[in-house]
Design a protein around this ligand. Structure first.
Ligand code: EPU
Length: 441
């Protein structure tokens, strides 16, 4: 098959990334806030929206349900008029099969507005099994009938409406927490959700829902309590910054000996990352406009860390940082406790010259869910090792960005193939790399 030249980035590495870039709203919030708009017959306005593919996938799915969506990419404003909602044609919905994980979150809003929902096969990165059992269990507890027999997706109905329930999540899943909130706000009566996730993107979704008229509180023990209301109205909201993208550029600055001012980056959501960045030897300066990240010269230090749910070290920060750790002095240990299979991206790094060994054991201070199971979910990274450029195939979103960082760090040329995957979560990354004076074409 002929290679799509648009989908390959030629990188000549070994040059520090220097300059200023701007990061807009969080991919993992914006897409959910767009779904929330479906709950209210009215107009919602979302600001600080990044130009990424996930926004277009959710827009398309909303439009297939009769919702008016206007995306102003330059201004970063999405306007959603969900006054009219209709059942989408199953064949049309199927065309979006495999494109994102967001469609499952349409379940609650569609059940409230239409009494039924058809959810296509989900996409998203291949970093573990990524089951949706918690989502479906939550919907069942709230009174929905879930039919998984449909060959192309899941058909869900709620002929008697949704009713508040007591729900406990076996693991603090971000998506299942959002699923429950989006379904419970208009359910009749009270819902208690214990064992929930409290990521900043979830709390921003709660802020949106509160603006819409919902009643949601959260206890110190990560229990959400929702008092169902009869109706909601549209909202106007500015998204929090994408802390994953900000940390990705910070890691790129560290790995390439660079100096990047990330406009828009904010401290509170990044505190855990900033601590680790400092321990490794990276410098940062926090201002009202953003955060400057740089390599101060000298040796970087190795570190031991575990990924975890908030306020722990995000799993999505892990992949870009591992590339920087290949340049740190000594043995670093990374224990991945959120996804069982998120180290596949290290193989090309090893081929580029990195020394990374994967282990099935929990090499962190606490055993995780993947203990005694056959998953290589701990990594030991020995550095510093020079990296050599080579051709790389992008495996997934964050792994792909990590490969890009590796190519920019490496001596010599690399062809990074399949870069359109990176467009899912990194707005205009080619333009940003050019602004940082990277040698790419
Ligand atoms: N899980 C289950 N059953 C479920 C749901 C989740 O076992 O029904 C497990 C998963 O397999 C995983 C763990 O729970 O091992 C955590 O998954 P979670 O549901 O929290 O992840 P998600 O909602 O599918 C979101 C982000 C991910 C991010 C995670 C964790 C979006 C669209 N995706 O995924 O982002 O890694 O939360 O913070 O919000 C990315 O941006 O690259 C990305 C993968």
């Amino acid at each position: 098959m002929a290679e799509d030249s648009e989908d390959v980035l030629h990188v000549v590495g070994g040059k520090p990334l220097n300059g200023t870039i701007k990061v807009r709203g969080a991919k993992n919030f914006v897409s959910k806030a767009m779904v929330a708009a479906l709950l209210a017959p009215g107009v919602s306005v979302l600001k600080n929206v990044p130009e990424i593919r996930d926004v277009h996938v959710v827009s398309d799915l909303l439009r297939l349900h009769g919702v008016n969506v206007d995306v102003n990419g330059d201004k970063g404003i999405v306007t959603i008029d969900a006054t009219n909602v209709q059942l989408a044609d199953v064949a049309d919905v199927d065309t979006l099969s495999g494109s994102s994980r967001i469609p499952i979150l349409f379940s609650g809003p569609l059940l409230h507005r239409l009494g039924e929902a058809f959810i296509p096969q989900l996409g998203g990165c291949n970093i573990g099994g990524r089951p949706i059992d918690f989502h479906l269990e939550t919907l069942r507890k709230l009174g929905a009938n879930v039919d998984k027999e449909h060959q192309d997706g899941i058909h869900i109905t709620a002929p008697n409406g949704l009713h508040g329930a007591k729900i406990h999540l076996p693991y603090p899943s971000v998506g299942a927490t959002e699923q429950t909130l989006l379904a419970a706000v208009l359910a009749e009566g009270r819902t208690e959700l214990s064992g929930a996730a409290i990521e900043p993107e979830i709390m921003d979704l709660v802020a949106v829902l509160q603006k819409m008229g919902a009643i949601i509180s959260v206890d110190v023990d990560r229990t959400f309590r929702v008092e169902g209301v009869k109706e909601l109205k549209g909202y106007t909201h500015t998204s929090l910054t994408d802390r994953i993208e900000a940390a990705s550029w910070a890691s790129a600055a560290l790995a390439t000996h660079g100096d990047i001012f990330v406009k828009g980056a904010t401290q509170p959501e990044m505190m855990t990352f900033l601590n680790v960045f400092r321990k490794i030897g990276g410098e940062f300066d926090i201002t009202d406009k953003g955060i400057r990240f740089w390599h101060p010269g000298g040796d970087l230090k190795s570190v031991a860390l575990e990924t975890d749910v908030h306020p722990g070290f995000m799993t999505d920060w892990q992949q870009p940082l591992v590339v920087a750790l290949t340049q740190a002095n000594g043995l670093s240990i990374v224990h991945e406790t959120v996804y069982e299979n998120r180290f596949g991206f290290t193989k090309p790094l090893v081929q580029m010259g990195a020394t990374i060994q994967l282990y099935r054991e929990c090499l962190g201070s606490l055993p995780c869910r993947f203990q005694q199971r056959n998953y290589k979910h701990s990594a030991v990274i020995f550095g510093p090792t020079p990296l050599e450029g080579r051709d790389i195939d992008v495996p997934d979103l964050r792994g792909g960005f990590s490969h890009l960082i590796a190519a920019l760090t490496a001596k010599g040329p690399s062809d990074v193939r399949g870069i359109s995957l990176i467009d899912r979560g990194y707005a205009d990354f080619r333009g940003k790399l050019t602004a940082l004076d990277a040698a790419i074409d």
